[in-house]
Structure formats: structure tokens, C-alpha cells
Design a protein around this ligand. Structure first.
Ligand SMILES: Cc1cc2nc3c(=O)[nH]c(=O)nc-3n(C[C@H](O)[C@H](O)[C@H](O)COP(=O)(O)O)c2cc1C
Length: 357
């Protein structure tokens, strides 16, 4: 099945609740680039901007299914998707009952796709037998996927690692079970849980998953531009790439990579247009969380925008990430994107797809 089938079906959110999926589905591909779920980072505003700028799809931060089903404010905020189509909500947990409840509620609130987290390596998640810990017990993982699949009509996907460790590279087996249960796609981060984020993602190892299932496989890990995306797709045979850390501070990167992979021109954003997007993100956070909390939440984004833009001397950068005055922060953020008069003209004129490379 083509990744764009899966996504465009979800996109027709009012009508399409079933996916043309399963073995024997069309193998033709239009490669895409998705924004990865990043807990504490891929808030609604970042996702909106990335999607608007051409990301094939964007995924919410992981939402603890039980907290969400019980109605906690933080889980609700994480699962918001107004203005994002398709709205992909990632759920984390280890109890089939709560995962199903969370999925039902997410669907009722407008989710177009439910993604299940089986990749998070953090001790506080794996300690609760959720995230990548589920890869240690595939029978339980399958029960969880079956519960979610049975609870909703929208497509269900799963994001995993290569395995718990190199002694148990069981992503192909988990993906096969996911496909048998009717899941629509799988994403594989090319590391084991025991690697956390060390070393390099092994894109070639993802090929074993691609060769095992007919549903789309999305390859993830260390893709930071068009060249890496092409290399990742070549090595893995995947239908799409998913980009996480490299998109922080430049959410337009994902759309630029998607366009490059599809042979289209990416929008050629000027530094001033990039600054507008960064300010839009900042203001969205202030509006959503209120100024005191929004300012704190925005700091990591401000630092990332400034670092990618490269235009702020150290003292001003320090001020940008500590000021509690939104007017000052906005001014510094815009200054960070000011065209550097010493920079070669080509740097400013390069199309976004080329810059993404
Ligand atoms: C700060 C941070 C938060 C993350 N949060 C999540 C998450 O909520 N759900 C998830 O499936 N993966 C999460 N991940 C993993 C990423 O989605 C992705 O698999 C990983 O960063 C590798 O991709 P990258 O090299 O493009 O960043 C997180 C990673 C980071 C660095």
C-alpha cells in the first residue's frame, strides 16, 4: 500500500474510517516525510506549522492512555489536533483496557489515526512495561494492539525500535503481528532500546521489516535532510522517512524533505518568513499555555530556532532563552533570523529542498 493512500484516507476524516490494507496491497510508492512524535516538543503549534509546510503527516507527542482516558489536563493538551489533518495521536501504556479507552476517546475527539508507542526507551516508561519494554513480550504487545484495533474504526499504526537489544531484533515479528491484526502501517526507529540514542541508526536493519510485511513501513532515526532521507530509503526500502530531532528549530525541514523525495520544489522560505513561523509558534504557545507557562515551554524551541538561524551573539541568545518578556523574546527571535550580511548570497537564495540536504 502506498503511504499516501494511508494518509489521504485518514485525511478524508469525515468519511474514511477503513483502510485498503493488507498483504497484496499496491506496492507502488510515493515516498513521504513525517514529523516524529517528540515528547515535550511536538506541540500542536509545531505540528500545524510542519504540516502546513508540507510534512506528509505529523504525530502528537506520546499521550499516556490512562491519564488521557481519566481526563488529565496535560494528556488532553498533548492529544489536541485542531487544524492538523490527518490528526495522528500517539498513545503510550501497557494495559489493553486503558489503551482501548484512550483510543476510543481520541477517536471521539477527532483523531484520524491512532499510533501506539512501542519504542520509547525512557526508564520511567519501560519501568511501567510500556514503550519499548513491550518488545520484550510480543504476546502482550499483540494483545495491546488488538485491543486498540478493536476499539476504533480509524487506522491504527505502531512505532517500534529494532528490538530490545541486539540479541532480540524482533521488529519484523512484531510488525508481522501488527499487520495480521489489521494495523495500517509501522514505523521503525533503527536502534534497539538498549542503544537509547547512541551510535547511528541502522537503516539497513529496517529492511528486514519491509521484507516481512505489505503495509507501509516508515523508517526513522538520524534523518537530517534530503540526502540522508534518500540514503535511508535506499538502505531500508521503506515507504517514507520520519524526522524528529533535526526538525526542532526548523519545522519546515520535513516538508522540504518530502518535496525533495517526490521531485517537487519546496517552498523557498526567506529568513524573514522563517522568522514569522518561529514567532507564530512562540505566540501559539503563549496563547495556549498562558504567558508564564508558555514562556517556559517555549525556551527549548527559541534556542533551537536561534541556533539554526545562527544569527545571535551568545549574550543575546542567553537573553532569548531566559527573558520572561514576550516582546523582547519576539524581537530577539526575529533578530536571530536577520540575513547575515557576511553570508554568501547562495546561502540565502538556496531553495528550501536544497537547504534540507
Ligand atoms: C526529546 C525526545 C522525545 C521523544 N518523544 C517520543 C514520543 O513521545 N514518542 C515516540 O514514539 N518517540 C519519541 N521519541 C523518539 C523519536 O520519535 C525518534 O524515534 C528518535 O528521536 C529518532 O529519530 P530522529 O533521529 O529523527 O530524532 C523522542 C525522542 C526525543 C529526542
Amino acid at each position: 500500500m502506498r503511504i499516501d493512500h494511508y494518509l489521504s484516507d485518514a485525511e478524508a476524516s469525515s468519511g474514511v474510517r477503513a483502510l485498503p490494507s493488507g498483504p497484496g496491497a499496491d506496492a507502488e510508492r510515493l515516498p513521504g516525510a513525517l514529523l516524529a512524535p517528540l515528547s515535550g516538543v511536538t506541540d500542536l503549534h509545531l505540528r500545524r506549522i510542519a504540516r502546513r509546510l508540507g510534512a506528509t503527516a505529523v504525530v502528537s507527542e506520546m499521550v499516556a492512555a490512562e491519564d488521557f482516558a481519566r481526563g488529565t489536563a496535560e494528556a488532553r493538551l498533548r492529544a489536541e489536533g485542531e487544524g492538523v489533518l490527518p490528526h495522528v495521536v500517539q498513545l503510550a501504556g501497557c494495559d489493553p483496557h486503558w489503551m482501548a479507552e484512550g483510543a476510543r476517546l481520541a477517536e471521539a475527539n477527532g483523531a484520524d489515526v491512532i499510533d501506539v508507542n512501542m519504542g520509547c526507551p525512557a526508564k520511567k516508561v519501560t519501568g511501567g512495561e510500556a514503550g519499548s519494554a513491550l518488545m520484550r513480550d510480543l504476546d502482550h504487545a499483540a494483545r495491546l494492539l488488538a485491543a486498540v484495533r478493536g476499539a476504533v474504526a480509524v487506522p491504527v499504526t505502531v512505532k517500534m525500535r529494532l528490538g530490545w537489544d541486539h540479541a532480540a531484533l524482533n521488529a519484523p515479528e512484531l510488525a508481522r503481528r501488527a499487520e495480521d491484526l489489521g494495523l495500517a502501517a509501522v514505523t521503525v526507529h533503527g536502534r534497539t532500546r538498549q542503544q537509547f540514542y547512541t551510535g547511528r541508526a541502522d537503516w539497513a536493519a529496517i529492511r528486514a521489516v519491509v521484507e516481512t510485511v505489505s503495509i507501509p513501513v516508515v523508517a526513522n532515526g538520524d534523518v537530517d535532510g534530503l540526502e540522508a532521507a534518500r540514503a535511508c530509503l535506499n538502505a531500508s526500502g521503506a515507504a517514507a522517512v520520519m524526522i524528529g530531532r533535526a526538525a526542532v528549530g526548523r519545522p519546515w525541514l520535513v516538508g522540504a524533505v518530502a518535496a525533495g523525495l517526490q521531485g517537487r520544489d519546496a517552498p523557498d522560505l526567506t529568513p524573514a518568513e522563517q522568522a514569522d513561523l518561529a514567532v507564530e509558534h512562540y505566540e501559539g504557545l503563549l496563547a495556549r499555555y498562558g504567558v508564564p507557562m508558555g514562556v517556559r515551554h517555549a525556551r527549548k524551541h527559541l534556542a533551537a530556532y536561534a541556533d539554526h538561524a545562527g544569527g545571535l551573539p551568545a549574550p543575546e541568545r542567553a537573553r532569548l532563552v531566559t527573558t520572561t518578556d514576550p516582546v523582547e523574546a519576539r524581537g530577539l527571535l526575529r533578530r536571530a533570523f536577520d540575513a547575515d550580511p557576511a553570508a554568501p548570497a547562495a546561502k540565502q537564495a538556496a531553495p528550501a529542498a536544497k537547504r534540507a540536504a
